[in-house]
Design a protein around this ligand. Structure first.
Ligand code: ADP
Ligand code: ADP
Length: 234
């Protein structure tokens, strides 16, 4: 069965008499292990979709089921815990906690997920090696470059072995080399680890490595395969 099932999913923001239909009637499924890029102009509803899929906000219409769990039927506390267990988040601005070291940030994500398992030190070691941050784990974010901070944020997202990885413009603040590392890790997560990756992006090179592209326009979704490789510019 698909890991994400959205049915007529919608979100309307209300402030006073003003209503904004940020997302309307989104019906789609996403399979386990798929790598999906979410593309669209600014204000089209991408972040709203991201927040809905991440259980960070409540839908005002329709439903979304994530790995068998209907997030709309959970209490806030349960939703937070399920989110921590099932979803790894990666943000454009890294969002590391400044008072903790890199290792502390990764450990905190693990303890929030609260899945009763001790932190897998082998996995941490393996991720740190792949991400080339072995020597940075005892540094705080302010002591790290942007590329290093994002690589720590990826270790934090992956340490819980989430079924789903949600990435919001993960390469938006990175140079070409760091962008490539990030995209390789996401591709690896999808193709080798079977994790489902959803990535908002403005970067055509990032969208091109996805299995599928969801275009968002004026709050509506349009599904399409990525362009064929031959026609891509390199
Ligand atoms: P994108 O991520 O594609 O830029 P968003 O999902 O952030 O799009 O926004 C979609 C629409 O919803 C926009 O018109 C935006 O102004 C509006 N919107 C987003 N968040 C809020 C909010 N918290 N309150 C009111 N309107 C919002
Ligand atoms: P990257 O290619 O990963 O973005 P940089 O070339 O920007 O890295 O940085 C080179 C080295 O300098 C890295 O090891 C990084 O940790 C270190 N560095 C960068 N910014 C800072 C800082 N503000 N404080 C301490 N060390 C830093």
């Amino acid at each position: 069965p698909p890991i994400i099932v959205a049915q007529q999913l919608g979100k309307t923001y209300r402030s006073g008499k003003i209503e904004t239909h940020a997302l309307r009637d989104a019906t789609f499924t996403i399979d386990r292990g798929e790598f999906v890029a979410i593309v669209g102009p600014s204000g089209s509803g991408k972040s709203t979709l991201f927040y809905l899929l991440g259980g960070l906000t409540r839908a005002t219409g329709g439903s979304v089921t994530i790995d068998g769990v209907d997030f709309s039927s959970l209490s806030d506390a349960e939703r937070t815990r399920k989110r921590g267990q099932k979803i790894g988040f990666i943000f454009q601005r890294f969002n590391l906690l400044p008072t903790l070291t890199a290792r502390g940030n990764v450990e905190l994500a693990h303890s929030i997920a609260d899945n009763g398992q001790p932190l897998d030190q082998n996995l941490l070691h393996h991720l740190a090696e792949l991400l080339r941050i072995e020597n940075r784990l005892d540094n705080r974010p302010s002591e790290l470059s942007g590329g290093e901070q994002q690589r720590v944020a990826i270790a934090r997202a992956l340490i819980t072995r989430p079924a789903i990885i949600l990435a919001d413009e993960p390469t938006g603040n990175l140079d070409t080399e760091n962008s490539e590392t990030v995209l390789e890790m996401l591709r690896h997560a999808s193709k080798e680890m079977g994790q489902t990756v959803l990535m908002i992006t403005h970067n055509p090179e990032a969208a091109a490595i996805a299995d599928r592209i969801l275009y968002v326009r004026d709050g509506r979704l349009h599904d399409a395969p990525p362009p064929p490789r031959e026609s891509r510019k390199s």
